[in-house]
Design a protein around this ligand. Sequence first.
Ligand SMILES: Cc1cc2nc3c(=O)[nH]c(=O)nc-3n(C[C@H](O)[C@H](O)[C@H](O)COP(=O)(O)OP(=O)(O)OC[C@H]3O[C@@H](n4cnc5c(N)ncnc54)[C@H](O)[C@@H]3O)c2cc1C
Length: 393
Amino acid sequence: MTKTVVVLGAGPAGLPIAHYLLRRTAKQHPDLRVILVSPHDTFYWKFASVRFALPGQMGEEKYMVPLAECFASYPTKAFELVIGAAETLDPKRNTVGVRVGEEVREIGYHTLVVATGSRARDDMPWKETGTTEQTRAALTKLQTAIRDARSIVVAGAGVTGVEFAGELGSAYAKTGLKDVTLVGTEVLPLEPRTKDDVRRVAKHELEKLGVKYIGGARVTAEVKDDNKKKGKTVVTLTRSDGSTETLTADLVVPTHGLVPNTEFAPEAMRDGALGYLKQDADLRAPGYQNVFVLGDVGNLQPAQGVNTDAQVRHLMTQLNAYFSGEPTKPYTFDPNKVQLAISIGRDRGTGQLGSWRLWSFLVWYLKGRYLGTNHVEAYAKGDVGGAGRAWPK
Ligand SMILES: Cc1cc2nc3c(=O)[nH]c(=O)nc-3n(C[C@H](O)[C@H](O)[C@H](O)COP(=O)(O)OP(=O)(O)OC[C@H]3O[C@@H](n4cnc5c(N)ncnc54)[C@H](O)[C@@H]3O)c2cc1C
């Protein structure tokens, strides 16, 4: 009897699993049928969004690949692409409700892979904002605002904030075309789990690009002042001791905080605090042996592509055992290991691997040069994994 595997989400977690099921697992289990559900009809290479958010940096073909093309080689008997968003999940009845236009289509599954990730706040196109049209519109809006602004405040100094400020620095601040200020809650940019010397290098590299860093403060209010300041925004910064200061800018771009795409899932499957889905040690939803949770949507590890890639690779090696009804091996990882490569502008960077700080040249060579756009097509078609690495056999 056909076993339907529904994969929710076609990001770096869902897309490679769908390919792997069709290419490799189906060889041992020809009764599999894969249904891939995605509201975005293109695969979106978000790793480079900090660069293509600036006007005129790269063509859309470098970061959006039509999903229909990526899966064109599989027979319709084995594969269906559903362009829609999951709105409901009933894990007791093994069904998902997917909105396709005006209709909600109920799809039954034998196995479910939830890989719906998260989205950026305020419809920022760091990740998909909904459909491909909505992401395109968000990008155009941001690119136009950047083009027209003389002064830009980047609110949030995590990896996205540092990389985006670096791109703005390279393109504009370095030559005095625009003023760029990065605001972060910590004295140094990046998260506290990153080594101090890496964080100091990040700050120094940004300053070399003309980016001003304001640490220990958060943006707490933005008021458009059309009268006195001719359309400028008055930005209030609040420090941890409660003191405030203001600055003016033409544009404020938020880069902080992600929202998990889990509204469709029953409350009991979510972790209380932030709403991510609970994940067992074997990457399943607790209590549901046929529901896997992968990548940013899960609560096991920080939301990073390297963690998603590791989870995806692990599940790939367990699928044969799972569909054969054999025990699967647990997913293991070191919760203290920091693995980060941060591109800063067009030709510099920094990063950390365990307790090692990565050389700027290495980060530029491995990441910053292309931000992965040189592998996008092969990745989207399932031929290679992150950084061009082969998938497990
Ligand atoms: C600017 C930026 C740069 C980054 N750089 C790095 C880096 O250098 N290294 C690193 O390790 N990590 C990096 N990351 C993190 C990395 O992008 C994520 O960890 C990774 O994208 C997670 O993949 P995912 O598939 O789990 O989730 P997502 O990428 O969030 O994808 C989820 C998918 O689910 C879809 N979806 C959403 N809702 C629904 C629904 N209701 N039904 C069906 N589908 C749905 C979305 O359209 C999307 O395609 C970066 C992130 C950003 C934003």
